[in-house]
Ligand binder design. Structure first.
Ligand code: SF4
Length: 221
């Protein structure tokens, strides 16, 4: 029987999900060309989940608080661990997840939200509640200086959409149904229920380290 992609890694990490959304073929070549040492054991994966639960059960103070911590959980037979840039607490309760990017053109894409969307599902699984009002916050800054300014502003107003010359802050409300639908499709690959689906483009394939082995590459890349 063919080895499932999940068995090669043991735990699905956030950067793997982002790569998968970018191009599933690239993800596949990445994880199949690695050595055995990259695999996380079942025991290690369980400890990651326990560590997340310990952090989530730690009482928080009043006001706005940002926690930088990995979120790990077991969902649909797969261990997943993500490292959002922050879990945002308001008055002791989880109110948002935040991710930041540096991009000179300030553009952002639906794929930028995927780890936040999956993060919402992981939190719900761990806490046993639905987080219908959870905010997903994406900050895109032109430079490190712009990011610093954006984060200072975010300390005060974490969920307010804002656009400045050097940064933009976009907020979405977490949608459980949409997140489940996206993750289910992604997990079909990890659980060996379907093959990988390339998402080529001239830009992606031109800069892809696996283009020499990939029959789906765009020919003029
Ligand atoms: S060459 Fe293009 S299609 Fe192939 S893995 Fe790379 S990005 Fe994907």
């Amino acid at each position: 029987m063919a080895v499932k992609p999940l068995d090669l890694v043991g735990v699905i990490r956030g950067y793997m999900i982002e790569t998968q959304v970018y191009c599933e073929a690239k993800l596949h070549y990445m994880i199949t060309s690695r050595g055995e040492e990259a695999r996380v054991t079942e025991g290690e994966a369980r400890r990651l989940v326990e560590e997340t639960l310990r952090l989530l059960r730690t009482p928080r103070g009043r006001g706005i608080e940002f926690l930088r911590a990995p979120i790990s959980a077991r969902l649909n037979d797969a261990y997943i661990t993500l490292s959002p840039d922050a879990i945002v607490y308001v008055d002791g309760s989880i109110a948002g997840l935040l991710e930041a990017r540096i991009r000179g053109d300030l553009r952002y894409y639906d794929s930028d939200f995927v780890t936040l969307e999956v993060g919402g599902l992981l939190l719900e699984e761990l806490l046993g509640v639905e987080l219908g009002t959870l905010k997903l916050v994406l900050i895109v800054a032109r430079s490190r200086e712009g990011l610093r300014e954006a984060l200072e502003e975010t300390n005060v107003n974490p969920f307010k959409p804002e656009r400045r010359m050097s940064w933009v802050r976009v907020t979405r409300v977490y949608n459980r149904g949409e997140s489940i639908s996206k993750l289910s499709h992604l997990l079909e690959y990890w659980l060996g229920m379907r093959g990988f689906k390339p998402r080529p483009s001239p830009f992606k394939c031109r800069v892809c380290e696996y283009s020499s082995m990939c029959p789906a590459r765009v020919m003029n890349a």
